[in-house]
Each structure stands twice: as C-alpha cells, then as structure tokens.
Design a protein around this ligand. Structure first.
Ligand SMILES: [Zn+2]
Length: 266
C-alpha cells in the first residue's frame, strides 16, 4: 500500500499569500517516506494531519519558487532528527541546491551538510534512493532548472509534473504513470505562460493514459471557479478519471486507488 497525503493544494502568488488553501506540498508514504515541494505551512500540516515528521526519508524540491520550497530547512531538520543524525536524501533543482542566475540557493549549507545524499537534479536522470527509483522529468518554467518527479512506488509509478507548460516532449516523459499529479494553476479558458491549464491537462492525459489524474496547485482564479468543475471538464474531454485534490485528502494505492475525503485541520 502506498499513501499520498495532500498537505496543501494551492499555488501561485495570490493563493499563496492569502493562504486561500494550504501550500504544504505532498507527502507520500511508501517503502520510504517523502515530501514533495514543502511550501509555506508544510510543517504545520504535517502536525495537523498527525504525520510523524522524523519518519521522512527523502525531500524532493522541483524548483525555486516559494510555494514549493519555503519549509525545506525544517524538513531537513525532521529528516535528520534535529540535525543530530546524518541521514536521508534530497533531490532538488540546481537553483534550489546551488543557486543559478536570479535564484539564490534555498537550502542552507548547514542543512545540506546534515543530509546523507544530496542530489542536484537535471531532467531525464534516474536516481535510486533506498531501492526507490526516481526519474526527473523536464519542465518549461521561469526557473529554467526546474524538474518534475516520476516515482516508482511499490504500487506503480506516481508522477508529479511541477509547474510547467507543455511541448511535445514534456508529456512523453510522463508515459507509464499509474497516477499523474498535475500542477494545474488556471481555470478553464485561461492560459498562463509556464503553467498547466485545463486544456493542457486534457492533452497530457489523452497521451499518457494514467489510471487516475489528481489536480493540485490551484491558483486563486482556479479555486474561485471551482476545482471540482475543472476536474469534471478535464475528465469528460480526456476520458481519464480526474480528481481535484483537497487539503488533507488521502489517496490509498493498492490494487485499487481509493480516495479518502479530507482530513480537516483541527
Ligand atoms: Zn513555479
């Protein structure tokens, strides 16, 4: 059994600063436990959803925007049990680890020094972390070093696109996914450069044919227009079952994929 918990489901500038929904990223419990893109509030959601933070083994950070990285250092402290044990792994974009032009590094040197395995990722690589294979996928985004993650869990491939627009190659990199988590930012009919729109989601899903699509990273306009109606629109056009994730939603993946409704923060 593999379990995905959505710590947060919004993204983009205004949904983040107003915390219209949470921005905590995604927690995956598998043969190892991982957090993807711990944005503002990730550690708070981990507490609220009663996840034991010191059981996190791997941190994945796709790119250098605050809705994706702000709680990175505190995640490292969780992984390393307060910095005391050198353990765990981080796979993150060049911008997050080393900094690139226009982006300073986003994990401190001290915190990087406490992690056993630090991987500066480029798209198209495979990395084996304690028996779990992770492939980095390309993105077309304002952080040119950004990546997505394709995770070979014990229940099949779970892919997270991160923020990207699409060309012919980007959807190809998602082939073989059982679950595709799309960072869908805009409502129907609105295209924002370097982000996925509902129309892009239909194009991707028709090509990739995953068992289920999960939408997250909703921008303010997408939240206001109703994420469930966006999911229904995508499902009708792609023929792929599409779920709009909610904060605290848990997905259990075994032979079947079960959606549990949200754990509301206390
Ligand atoms: Zn971004």
């Amino acid at each position: 059994m593999t379990q995905i918990t959505f710590l947060g489901t919004c993204g983009g500038r205004f949904a983040t600063i107003y915390q219209t929904r949470s921005t905590g990223g995604i927690y995956i419990r598998d043969s190892i436990n991982m957090v993807i893109d711990p944005g503002p509030g990730a550690i708070l959601r981990i507490k609220e959803y009663e996840i034991e933070p010191t059981t996190i083994d791997l941190l994945l950070i796709s790119h250098c925007h605050p809705d994706h990285y702000t709680d990175a250092d505190v995640m490292v402290e969780a992984i390393t049990r307060g910095g005391i044990q050198k353990r765990g792994a981080i796979i993150a974009s060049e911008s997050v680890i080393n900094g690139i032009e226009g982006f300073d590094p986003k994990v401190s040197k001290y915190h990087l020094s406490r992690i056993e395995k630090v991987i500066t990722a480029k798209a198209g690589e495979n990395h084996l972390i304690e028996g779990v294979n992770i492939t980095t996928t390309p993105t077309i985004h304002t952080d040119p070093s950004g990546v997505g993650f394709k995770i070979q869990t014990k229940s099949g491939v779970v892919t997270y696109t991160s923020d990207t627009s699409i060309d012919d190659d980007v959807p190809d990199s998602y082939m073989g996914s059982r679950i595709l988590i799309l960072a869908l930012t805009t409502p129907i009919g609105i295209k924002l450069n370097h982000h996925l729109s509902p129309e892009d989601a239909v194009t991707i899903l028709k090509k990739v044919q995953p068992e289920k699509a999960l939408l997250t990273h909703f921008g303010l306009r997408a939240i206001n227009s109703g994420p469930e109606s966006i999911a229904e629109w995508i499902q009708q056009r792609s023929g792929i079952e599409t779920i709009a994730a909610e904060d605290g939603m848990i997905i259990e993946i075994g032979e079947d994929i079960e959606i549990k409704k949200s754990l509301k923060p206390p």
